[in-house]
Design a protein around this ligand. Structure first.
Ligand code: C5P
Length: 235
C-alpha cells in the first residue's frame, strides 16, 4: 500500500501575531512549511506529499517547493485551501490519485516531528488500525470549566478529569484512506483533528507514542522553542 501525506498549511496563524501566513514564516531561515514537507518526505514510506496552501498562495508555495532540495523519489502537489482546517484537509484528499491506500494528515505548524514518529504512525496503519494518532501524556492537570458569566469574570471549575487517562495528540495522524474519505463525506460540525471524525463514525482510533519535538507552533514562545530545537539538531 502506498502512503501519501496531506499537509494543511492554509491557516492564517493569528495567534502567532501579525505577519505572513504561519506556514510561510521561517525557522532557521527556512519556511516552516518546508520543514514540515521534509519531515514527511524523509519517511521512506511516503511517496506523495499534497500541500494545501493559503487560497491566494498556491503559486508562491509551488515556487517555494521548487526552490528547496527535497527527496527526488517523492512527488509534490499543491492545492489551494479552504476556510477551515477540515475543509482544507478535504481539498487535499480530493487531490489524491488512486493507489494511495494510507493517508497521513500533518499540520504545517508541526515542522519538527522526527521521522521515527512518522514511521511509527504508518506502521500502525499498515498493521490494520483505521486511524492512528501520536499521543503524549499531559504534564499539566486539566480542569473542565463552565463559561464565565461575563468576559473577565472567573470561570467556575466543574471537574478534574483523571490525568492518567488523558493524552495530548499530535500529527501526523494516519488513516486508512477509504475510512478518512468516508468520515469527510459524513461527519459535519466543528472538529479540531481528523481522528475525531473517525471516532464519530464509530471506527477505532489508536495511539502510538508521540514526540515532544512534534509540538505545534502556535504562539510566539513556540517559535523560540522551535529555533532552539533546530539549533540543537545542527550541533
Ligand atoms: O489553527 P490550527 O493551529 O489548529 O491549524 C492547524 C493546521 O491547519 C495549520 O497547519 C494550518 O495552516 C492548517 N489550516 C488550514 N486551513 C485553515 C485553517 C488551518 O490548512 N483554514
Amino acid at each position: 500500500a502506498r502512503t501519501a501525506a496531506v499537509i494543511p498549511a492554509a491557516g492564517r496563524g493569528v495567534r502567532l501575531g501579525p505577519g505572513a501566513p504561519k506556514a510561510l514564516r521561517t525557522l532557521g531561515g527556512t519556511p516552516m512549511l518546508i520543514h514540515a514537507v521534509r519531515a514527511m518526505a524523509d519517511s521512506r514510506a511516503v511517496s506523495l506529499v499534497v500541500v494545501v496552501a493559503p487560497p491566494e498562495g498556491a503559486a508562491e508555495v509551488r515556487t517555494l517547493l521548487d526552490a528547496h532540495a527535497l527527496p527526488e523519489r517523492t512527488e509534490f502537489v499543491v492545492v489551494p485551501g479552504g476556510e477551515t482546517r477540515q475543509e482544507s484537509v478535504k481539498l487535499g484528499l480530493d487531490a489524491l490519485p488512486p493507489g494511495y491506500d494510507i493517508v497521513l494528515v500533518h499540520d504545517a505548524a508541526r515542522p519538527l516531528v522526527p521521522v521515527d514518529t512518522v514511521d511509527a504512525v504508518v506502521e500502525a496503519v499498515r498493521d490494520g488500525a483505521p486511524a492512528v494518532v501520536p499521543a503524549l501524556p499531559l504534564a499539566d492537570t486539566v480542569k473542565q470549566v463552565e463559561p464565565a458569566i461575563a468576559p473577565g469574570e472567573p470561570e467556575p471549575v466543574v471537574a478534574t478529569p483523571d490525568r492518567s487517562l488523558l493524552r495530548a495528540v499530535q500529527t501526523p495522524q494516519g488513516f486508512d484512506r477509504d475510512t478518512l474519505v468516508r468520515a469527510h463525506e459524513t461527519v459535519t460540525g466543528d472538529v479540531t483533528d481528523d481522528a475525531s471524525m473517525i471516532e464519530r463514525l464509530g471506527a477505532a482510533v489508536v495511539t502510538v507514542p508521540g514526540h515532544e519535538e512534534a509540538f505545534k507552533v502556535t504562539r510566539p514562545l513556540d517559535l523560540v522553542l522551535a529555533e532552539a530545537v533546530l539549533a540543537r539538531r545542527r550541533l
